[in-house]
Design a protein around this ligand. Structure first.
Ligand SMILES: [Zn+2]
Length: 544
């Protein structure tokens, strides 16, 4: 009997011990999954306990300039949890303290503290404080609730790169103002700071220019759309198009500014300009007539570089663009310029002769340098795609490297600032899985893992040269993306991966760790009601 009893207690003890271990493991795995901050912070320490945000919690700001950060938090809470918090200007208990203490390190760093007493976010700059608030948002539960539990953590964080961007192409397909704002929110939620707005292309001119009304009366519309086939006979016949009024553009620029995001406008030249030539045929080498294209292609109709009126037109357009966009950068494209028309044009050939240029490549360089001079005189810096290296780089230009890394490497070695966006890692219109629908054969498979593996500083650069790499960006080109739902699907989750590439320290990046955090991020996408690609989830569940 006693023996049995002893055995029984031994058994009971073992059971309790096993239960304890199981509960401990469960708790620790829950805790580990509890925190899913993307991009991954530089330092994070989790402690016992948590803070509960309720309707009685206050947001406390110490600087008026931090009000926009408080307002973003409130708009997020209202949208996804159905309540807002009072904003106060003096310290109170049970609060989220948002406080910028300006430092001169030049980095948008922040510290984040949460405990049972409250939350404190201290930024070294106003954007830094805003990023700390984004971290708070990522600590919120992913289900709707009226009491929001925040884990107790201490975080010290700052971005690796100063340029973290998203490109949205609205030239090929037009996207409404509300979706543009959504994209800016997605960028903000991923601690990005540049929104590159590709506003003009062969298939559509999308920005109202008061001096040239035909650009949007004519150049913003086409009578056929052809998303996936390349023959005119299969094109749809609907009248398709759209553009942004200057008032809408101001609204979007302000919306972005409230989120510490700079909008970089792109006005394409000398190529990708067919919509402009249809509107004003006298600006082309042949004088037209031109017709709005229905399908994507690389068109040889480009601005005439021998005609003075072309430059007058571009300067007048840029005057209005510069007035609308406070961005220090103006992007002028410069890519994919087929020179056939220039070779056959007497005016372009006369320009080559009179300016002692060697060939059409140098004529392109002349074109870009001339526009750069104008942009610089207005106090702005010119950005161009890496083709602007051909025939000699404009003296102060920033290069966006898209045809692989070589343009970025050459520019950095030449002491030019570069933004890396090589197509095989950063083109989010490329397929993210096998048998992707609505993509082209020439588009390379660009999986989530591939995007995450990208290293923006090419190994060919030494330490000094690598300082010219400002960062990178993810691009949503829309030749084959005709609506917001499709754009979101192509964006997520790859854009989330790219945000970590551009923010987190190189040695902190770890694919397994990232994909664990991504599982919670998927629930966050659900909360945001975002359309996203589930191939990662599908393959993760099939591995179980
Ligand atoms: Zn010409």
């Amino acid at each position: 009997m006693y023996q049995n009893k002893a055995y029984y207690f031994k058994y009971l003890f073992m059971r309790l011990f096993i239960n304890f271990i199981v509960v401990f493991l469960l708790c620790s795995s829950v805790t580990a999954q509890d925190i899913s901050i993307i991009p991954k912070p530089v330092h994070l320490v989790q402690r016992e306990g948590n803070f509960i945000i309720t309707k009685n919690t206050a947001i406390v700001i110490m600087n008026d300039a931090d009000l926009q950060t408080a307002e973003f938090l409130n708009s997020y809470l209202k949208k996804f949890y159905g309540f807002e918090l009072p904003v106060k200007k003096q310290a109170v208990k049970n609060s989220i303290l948002i406080n910028t203490k300006l430092s001169n390190t030049g980095k948008d760093a922040y510290t984040f503290e949460s405990s049972a007493e409250g939350v404190s976010i201290t930024g070294a700059t106003y954007p830094g404080t805003f990023y700390g608030m984004q971290t708070l948002i990522q600590l919120l539960p992913v289900e709707k609730s009226s009491s929001l539990k925040i884990s107790s953590v201490t975080i010290e964080d700052e971005p690796r790169f100063v340029h973290r961007g998203m490109l949205l192409d609205v030239g090929r397909y037009f996207f409404p103002v509300e979706f543009v704002k959504k994209c800016i929110d997605y960028a903000a939620l991923h601690k990005m700071n540049y929104f590159h707005w590709h506003l003009t292309d062969d298939l559509g001119w999308r920005i109202e220019i008061k001096k040239y009304p035909n650009l949007t009366n004519v150049g913003a519309w086409r009578n056929k759309t052809n998303i996936f086939q390349f023959t005119d006979s299969t094109a749809g016949s609907e009248h398709y198009g759209g553009y942004y009024t200057q008032e809408e553009i101001k609204e979007i620029v302000q919306y972005a500014k409230d989120r510490y995001i700079t909008v970089i406008p792109e006005i394409e030249m000398p190529a990708h300009s067919l919509a402009a030539l249809v509107s004003y045929p006298e600006l082309g080498c042949t004088g037209g007539p031109y017709a709005m294209p229905a399908k994507w292609d690389t068109y040889k109709e480009i601005f005439c570089a021998g005609n003075e009126n072309t430059f007058k037109f571009i300067e007048n357009v840029l005057d209005e663009v510069i007035e609308l966009f406070p961005s220090p950068y103006i992007h002028i494209g410069g890519d994919e310029c087929i020179k056939d028309r220039w070779k056959a044009c007497p005016k372009c050939q006369a320009r080559i002769k009179n300016e002692n240029l060697k060939d059409e490549h140098e004529l392109q360089s002349y074109f870009i340098r001339r526009v750069e001079k104008y942009v610089n005189a207005k106090g702005k810096t010119l950005i161009g795609w890496d083709e602007i290296l051909e025939g000699g780089l404009a003296p102060n230009a920033v290069v966006m490297s898209w045809r692989g890394e070589s343009g970025g490497i050459a520019a950095a070695k030449d002491k030019h600032k570069v933004i890396m966006t090589p197509s095989e890692y950063c083109y989010l219109d490329y397929p993210q899985k096998e048998n992707e629908e609505n993509v082209q054969d020439w588009m390379r498979l660009t999986t989530l893992e591939k995007v995450y593996s990208y290293e923006p500083v090419p190994k060919e650069l030494n330490e000094e040269e690598s300082r010219y790499v400002l960062g990178g960006q993810g691009n949503i080109w829309t030749e084959f993306i005709s609506n917001p739902a499709r754009a979101e699907y192509m964006m997520f989750p790859r854009f989330t991966a790219l945000s970590e590439v551009l923010w987190s320290p190189k040695n902190e990046r770890n694919l397994n760790d990232f994909t664990e955090r991504l599982k919670i991020q998927f629930k966050r996408y659900d909360l945001w009601r975002v359309n996203y690609c589930t191939v990662f989830l599908d393959s993760a569940s099939s591995k179980k």
